[in-house]
Ligand binder design. Structure first.
Ligand code: F6R
Length: 369
């Protein structure tokens, strides 16, 4: 039930701190990760994994893209992420040293289910990250790590996305311990960052009104671009997807480093561009590169909306609008930066008088190909 909220999406966006907190609940004990659901994967087996393939569709695939950066950094194992429908119709190289991790809110997405079955036939072991108890994909997998976001009713995925990243981060840190790629102290430090996310999400949500205003000013916009780098890149893709599906506005996300390889040709005066800016403290190398991207597009007339860390003054001279997120370690920024983008799409949909919970042509769970 909507419980007083005007839409399920509004309610679910507001439930994100809880979605992350509940996904972590009971899984961090004495500064270490405890995932009893993974008991069937012994430490020896996890040490023997040579590659992880993540399969998912849509927003879930962007959670997988974010997790790739974290798992590779922490557990030093190659991670590839592929759309389920592409994976299952080629001849992917997988064997019994490949771990296949599927991500699905509903647990019923047909392409992801078939991809999991295919992977098992090839000898891979499979873990499902799922938000729906007893769904088909977890039943077809060797193990399931549930996200505890609670039922997600709005078609556009929001709270499931942040919960998926939280679950994948727990898994990544578990793997890092088993594989000996991080010290207990370093793992504890990352877990503290993860546990700080719900309170930081509350701070981001407290700024919703500013994003709503921006969306109302931009209600006539015909096209919006999104730029990000590193973990900000999947967030740019997610921001564009949300805007397409909810507000029916043409939107595209790019890796900021790709600008000069084509997309900058799209920039003309007045073109709105959201830029997810990495932290100047945490990403000392990437921050100036993204700021210089902002200068480049601004010089060509782009209207820049920066999503930047509180206190980052470098963006001020070049951004038309700045949406602030609290300080966080780089890998945890996507969990915060995604929220203004969700709210922007939701508010724009509302400003256009559209049905934000049930966008046209879409279904909550895609059980056909
Ligand atoms: C976008 C969205 C979809 C789903 C995708 C996968 O807001 O909701 O892109 O993420 O259809 O669905 P699940 O996670 O149920 O497999």
């Amino acid at each position: 039930e909507k419980g007083g909220w005007s839409s399920f999406m509004r309610k679910e966006v507001a439930e994100q701190p809880e979605a992350v907190a509940k996904t972590l609940l009971g899984r961090v004990v004495d500064d270490a990760v405890v995932i009893p659901e993974l008991a069937s994967f012994g430490d020896e087996e996890l040490r023997g994994i040579r590659r992880i393939t993540i399969i998912a569709c849509g927003t879930a695939s962007y959670a997988g893209m974010v997790a790739k950066y974290a798992i590779e950094q922490w557990a030093r194992v190659p991670v590839e992420i592929e759309l389920s429908h592409e994976f299952r119709y080629r001849e992917p190289v997988i064997d019994d040293h490949t771990l296949v991790v599927s991500i699905s809110q509903s647990g019923e997405t047909m392409d992801t289910l078939m991809a999991v079955k295919y992977a098992r036939e090839q000898g891979a072991r499979t873990i499902s990250i799922c938000n729906t108890q007893g769904a088909t994909i977890p039943r077809e997998s060797d193990a399931v790590v549930y996200t505890h976001a609670g039922p997600e009713v709005a078609v556009a995925s929001t709270k499931a996305f942040v919960a998926q990243i939280a679950a994948l981060y727990l898994f990544g840190l578990h793997l890092a311990r088993v594989r000996g790629t991080m010290s207990a102290e370093a793992i504890a430090e990352q877990l503290h960052e993860l546990q700080a996310v719900p309170a930081k999400l509350e701070l981001v949500l407290a700024e919703s009104e500013k994003v709503a205003q921006l969306a109302h000013w931009m209600a006539d916009t015909r096209s919006v671009l999104f730029l990000g780098r590193h973990v900000g890149y999947p967030i740019a893709l997610e921001g564009a997807l949300k805007l397409k599906e909810l507000a029916y506005i043409h939107a595209e996300g790019f890796a900021a480093g790709e600008l000069k390889h084509g997309p900058i040709a799209l920039i003309e005066p007045g073109q709105p561009v959201f830029v997810v800016v990495p932290s100047p403290r945490g990403s000392a190398t990437l921050h100036p590169k993204v700021v210089s991207n902002i200068q480049e597009i601004r010089a060509r007339g782009a209207r820049v909306i920066a999503i930047a860390e509180a206190g980052d003054a470098a963006v001020l001279p070049f951004a038309d609008e700045v949406l602030r997120i609290p300080l966080a370690a780089p890998l945890f920024e996507p969990l915060l930066a995604v929220v203004p983008l969700q709210i922007f799409a939701m508010e724009l949909s509302q400003a256009k008088g559209l049905d934000v919970d049930q966008p046209r042509n879409l279904a909550k769970s895609v059980t056909v190909e």
